[in-house]
Design a protein around this ligand. Sequence first.
Ligand code: 13P
Ligand code: SF4
Length: 324
Amino acid sequence: MWEPMSAERAAVKTDQDLVNNILKLKKERKALILAHNYQRPEVQDLADYVDDSVGLAKRAVEEPDAEVVVHCSVDFMAETAVILNPEKKVLMPSPGARCPMAAMLPAFQIHLWKEKYPGIPIVLYVNTHAETKAECDVCCTSANAVKVVESLDSDTVLFGPDANLAWYVQQKTGKKTIPIPERGFCQTHVLFLKEDILLLKEENPSAEVIAHPECSPEVQKVADFVGSTTQMCTHATNSAASKFIVATEMGILHRLKRENPKKTFIPAYEGAWCVNMKLNTLQRIYLALKEDRYKVEVPRDIARKAKLPLERMFEMMNIDLDAK
Ligand code: 13P
Ligand code: SF4
């Protein structure tokens, strides 16, 4: 909710003032600042860790001394932190940072899909709300979706909400992935077009195309590498190529350039911004720590149910969350 700025807040003027104040509060409050790879450059530079969705889920668990987690991302990632860390206070600097794709599969629809396909396992992308997760068999992220589906003892799975990720998993595993809903999508990743990428490739023949699996199948087919945001960063570092055409949200370019200063990164489309991710600003992080806003809550019974499919996902990745 918008509120007029107090004189005290207005006195904090520059980014450096804000950073200094945030670091002071962070220490006092034993806080951990987590940032997704799409966050604004200044937020990434401030964070303790910058990672993909599964990486952030792990980081919050691996820091037992943290009492507060400031989650600079979107709603479903912050909720995941609450589910896995009920003893910690999780704050979202901007409560409006909500992933539209996660809203495409409300929990009640899961019951309808279950009725239509009885006995078929339900695999849900972490980009879902806690109540929806609570109804599924196992969660996955783009970093581990193939492994999760391969590990299941079924040739067919219901997979949602991203139909493009469902297509990717079907190609990689040879199993049938039935997308639920039929056309769930990310409004940022649908902006990438095969034609734009082919044009850039013509102008930069030595460049590798790296893409996120939320891109359309047509875009994925012209990519040299498809993976999660952190996997894209790792690939860029390990690859012998020195130029990359990048088909994911623009925020990742900051990390790519920081980790690979000698390499060149060309956005596949310069308008690919996730406005939700960009709502987290230094000012809002400062207020989050100063005024304890906005606490992310997941009802206890939902959290308990949603934790099971998340734990199954980590088990399939051979990650023991209790080994902190
Ligand atoms: P990653 O898990 O690859 O970071 O993706 C999350 C996301 O929301 C991509 O749009
Ligand atoms: Fe959701 Fe797409 Fe934004 Fe990722 S980039 S948080 S999937 S809207």
